[in-house]
Design a protein around this ligand. Structure first.
Ligand code: SF4
Length: 501
């Protein structure tokens, strides 16, 4: 497919992951892999292939600071081995010291997919049991369902005050036929994403499939709008010194305008604010898209473009944009290089300050949430793994014998004859059975995964035996998992989660 569409409720497969990097600004996970302390095998094997702004989470993880992980599950069917990827990611982050949240998106399931409440209750229980059985620590983490969480609903209501219908149209393609509850479920989802930060702002990662990226981007936007709202309220009474006050105010002013209308930035006002404040800021950081107009505005405001003083808190802005700007100002590059460090420090300092102001005044101080993206599993019958096609997936509730049988009858990347296979090798990269090994069956054992791969492509491994081995491992996994699910029943019942209404 030429077009990459990201639709949280669609059935599109993501044909070309590369495009996600180019068109949507999702970053390659490989770029941060080296910085991850004990990366999970899904990270090492490229199953988690992308991220958005994951570094703050990593830094917190390394420095022993607070961070959180949250993901949600729409209870439209049985949890299957594709969902296990997300369960694993939540649990791994929890084990690295993160505050962990698993939520049941029951409002979304009901309003966007029309699932009955009875069905929702049944499936919700199954998701939570599997999450616990796989290692979620309920003493440390929080599990909730959307419809049953008052604090979440209040936050959703406030976020709704910062979103409007045109955005829903633009982001999700909503139209005059879209039911209002579906819109309510979207703001609820935005609230889910920011929920871990309600008490304390902290870096938060949302592990999701790439189709959920629109939600992440929207939540990042809203997190900034909530900050701006509270900061301006707070300024009236907060004691900032003469340098801090206009700096933070102008930064937010500029940021808010940028967020509201990225195509037609109006940064002049912020520049004037800073000029009035006679502030000697050292740098300028703007997104590429607004660079030219920022320089023009500075000139119009009577400011020397070589001493630009406006700063944008646009998260989209990059070091490269900053460098590019400086290079634009021909011949002066060297003179300004020395300012870069000072500039970056002052941006951090101003952000911290802004957060403090908000926290002090009961504001939110949200840090824009980060995300990681994992590949979708291929269906066992080829094509997409889908909850609605039983043969395409293995449910975590499947009878272990059925799981065995499904693997045995899966499509493979094998050649037509054993002879050909020995000669050419199998196509492990196109083989759903190999995926089962890499995503699940070999667990943390990279050697084992590599052995299967090498033997396959080297022609030493034939599909019959390979599937037999995989099917046996799958049967064992299901037996073990289901035993743990049974053990988790009592624990789940002891938690204060209403799964019956
Ligand atoms: Fe797939 Fe195994 Fe056959 Fe290779 S040998 S194509 S991994 S089933």
């Amino acid at each position: 497919a030429d077009e990459v569409a990201l639709d949280p409720w669609g059935s599109s497969t993501i044909a070309d992951y590369r495009k996600l990097f180019e068109e949507f600004g999702i970053e390659e996970f490989d770029d941060v892999l080296d910085e991850v302390p004990n990366p999970h095998y899904l990270m090492r094997r490229g199953v988690i292939f992308g991220h958005r702004d994951y570094r703050p989470v990593l830094e917190a993880m390394r420095d022993g600071d607070d961070f959180a992980v949250l993901s949600g599950f729409m209870p439209t069917g049985d949890p299957h081995i594709g969902h296990k990827l997300v369960f694993d990611e939540i649990i791994w982050h929890q084990q690295q010291g993160g505050d962990a949240y698993g939520l049941i998106a029951d409002m979304e399931a009901h309003s966007a997919r029309g699932i009955s409440w009875d069905e929702i209750n049944e499936h919700s229980r199954d998701y939570l049991l599997s999450l616990i059985a796989l290692g979620f620590d309920t003493d440390e983490g929080e599990l909730y369902r959307q419809s049953d969480n008052d604090r979440l609903q209040r936050l959703a209501f406030e976020l709704g005050g910062k979103a409007n219908f045109s955005e829903f149209q633009a982001i999700y393609g909503f139209d005059g036929e879209t039911n209002v509850s579906h819109m309510q479920s979207v703001v609820t989802q935005m609230a889910d994403i920011l929920y871990p930060q309600l008490d304390d702002p902290m870096p938060t990662v949302i592990p999701v499939g790439p189709d959920q990226d629109p939600h992440v981007r929207f939540a990042r936007d809203l997190s900034e709008r909530m900050r701006f709202f509270k900061v301006t309220e707070a300024f009236a009474s907060f004691e900032l010194d003469d340098t801090e006050r206009p700096l933070v105010a102008a930064a937010y002013d500029a940021r808010d305008e940028y967020a509201e209308d990225a195509d037609v930035p109006r940064c002049g006002e912020a520049a004037e604010w800073l000029a009035d404040a006679n502030l000697d800021a050292e740098g300028i950081l703007v997104a590429d898209s607004v660079r030219d107009s920022a320089v023009k505005k500075l000139e119009n405001a009577g400011m020397e473009p070589l001493r630009p003083r406006i700063r944008f808190f646009a998260r989209q802005a990059t070091d490269e944009a900053f460098e590019a700007l400086i290079e634009d100002i021909d011949g002066e590059k060297r003179r300004y290089d020395q300012h870069i460090d000072a500039f970056e420090m002052s941006v951090d300092a101003a952000e911290d300050l802004a957060r403090e102001v908000e926290a002090h005044h009961g504001g939110y101080g949200f840090i824009p949430p980060s995300s990681t993206y994992h590949r979708f599993m291929t269906g066992l019958t080829g094509g997409k793994m889908s909850s609605s096609i039983p043969a395409s997936h293995i449910s975590l509730l499947d009878d272990p014998e059925d799981g065995y049988d499904k693997v045995k009858s899966a499509t493979t990347g094998g050649r037509d004859t054993a002879e050909e296979q020995r000669e050419l090798g199998g196509e492990a990269d196109k083989c759903p059975v190999y995926e089962l090994y890499a995503y699940l069956l070999t667990g943390d054992d990279d050697e084992f995964a590599k052995k299967v791969y090498d033997e396959c492509v080297g022609g030493e491994r034939l599909c019959g035996g390979c599937k037999e081995e995989a099917a046996t491992l799958m049967r064992e996994f299901l037996e073990d998992h289901q035993e743990k699910r049974e053990e988790a029943e009592e624990l789940l019942d002891s938690l204060d989660i209403d799964l019956e209404t």
